[in-house]
Design a protein around this ligand. Structure first.
Ligand code: SIN
Length: 300
């Protein structure tokens, strides 16, 4: 029987499959269907120092081979997450990755500083795709210097491993990943959603603007994972349009150490357990005993 165990930042996870941030609520929404300890690690919704209301509806828009979302970073805040939701993960002995963000550099630092290390916290995943209000609303993750500076300060603040989650809306994602790693990032998540829009044909109105996820994003994410994992010495976590175990295997072959599943869960809430079952069956069928046999197997 194949084992799906994976080593990440000094911890051993039972498998490489996580949810993408924001796609399983706070865990308790999915736990009645399948226990959160099915996951290698649970990734929190992006958390900020203070609770945040987010955007008015509509917040999601189905679009061909993808989904647009504009949740607006709604969340209960770090304090409430740890008081009200973290106990479920403790009860289920499930490792977590804490995704967090701020609207200013100082907010990022304060967030990171306020998170107490815990044996169940695998890493902090820093969301670099939100607007920096003190820099005219530009997206934090779009230029290498800004990424270097924020990650360096976060790393000085916390002993917990830090993963940089990068936006694909950049000229050279390898350059941004290298800046994150030279600042001390322990891992890179690739990729966040790609900004997009939908237009109502009847009225000509711009009906929706938001981040594109789902299968339409997969080729962009796969390329980013393949390019970045060859260029940096830290683990890469792949995300973007992973719908089934075959997609998961492609990301592992491209060089991802672990993967995150997001939009697939909106179509089928059992997508994650199905991906895990498919992954184990694939390994057995091909006589592979460890996931490392797939690692970076992609070649030109
Ligand atoms: C949101 O809450 O609007 C999405 C956050 C993200 O994509 O990073």
């Amino acid at each position: 029987m194949a084992t799906l165990f994976v080593d990440l930042f000094g911890k051993t996870l039972r498998n490489p499959v996580m949810n993408a941030s924001g796609t399983l609520g706070y865990g308790r929404e999915i736990d009645p269907l399948w226990s959160v300890d099915t996951l290698g690690a649970y990734v929190t919704k992006g958390l900020s120092l203070k609770p945040h209301h987010g955007n008015p509806p509509p917040r999601v828009w189905e679009e061909g081979r993808g989904m647009l979302n504009s949740i607006g970073l709604q969340n209960v805040g770090l304090k409430r997450f740890f008081a009200e939701h973290f106990p479920l993960f403790r009860k289920r002995n499930t490792p977590i990755v804490v995704n967090f963000f701020g609207f200013t550099d100082e907010e990022y630092i304060e967030c990171a500083a306020s998170i107490e290390p815990d044996p169940l916290i695998v890493a902090l995943e820093i969301n670099l795709s939100c607007p920096n209000v003190t820099k005219g609303g530009i997206c934090m993750g779009k230029e290498a210097r800004g990424v270097f500076s924020i990650i360096k300060r976060v790393k000085e603040t916390t002993p917990i491993p830090v993963i940089a989650k990068l936006t694909p809306e950049v000229a050279d994602i390898v350059e941004i990943a290298q800046a994150a790693v030279s600042a001390g990032a322990d891992g890179i998540t690739l990729i966040n959603t790609m900004p997009g829009a939908a237009i109502d044909l009847g009225t000509g109105r711009m009906a929706f603007r938001g981040g594109l996820s789902g299968p339409a994003l997969k080729p962009i994410a796969l390329k980013a994972v393949a390019d970045v994992s060859r260029a940096v010495p830290v683990p890469v976590i792949g995300a973007g349009g992973i719908m089934d175990h075959e997609d998961a295997i492609r990301f592992l072959m491209a060089g991802a150490r672990a993967i995150q599943v997001g939009t697939a869960t909106f179509i089928d809430p059992f997508a994650i357990p199905k991906i895990l079952a498919g992954l184990a069956a694939f390994m057995d069928e091909h006589g592979l005993s460890r996931l490392s046999a797939l690692a970076g197997a992609t070649h030109d």
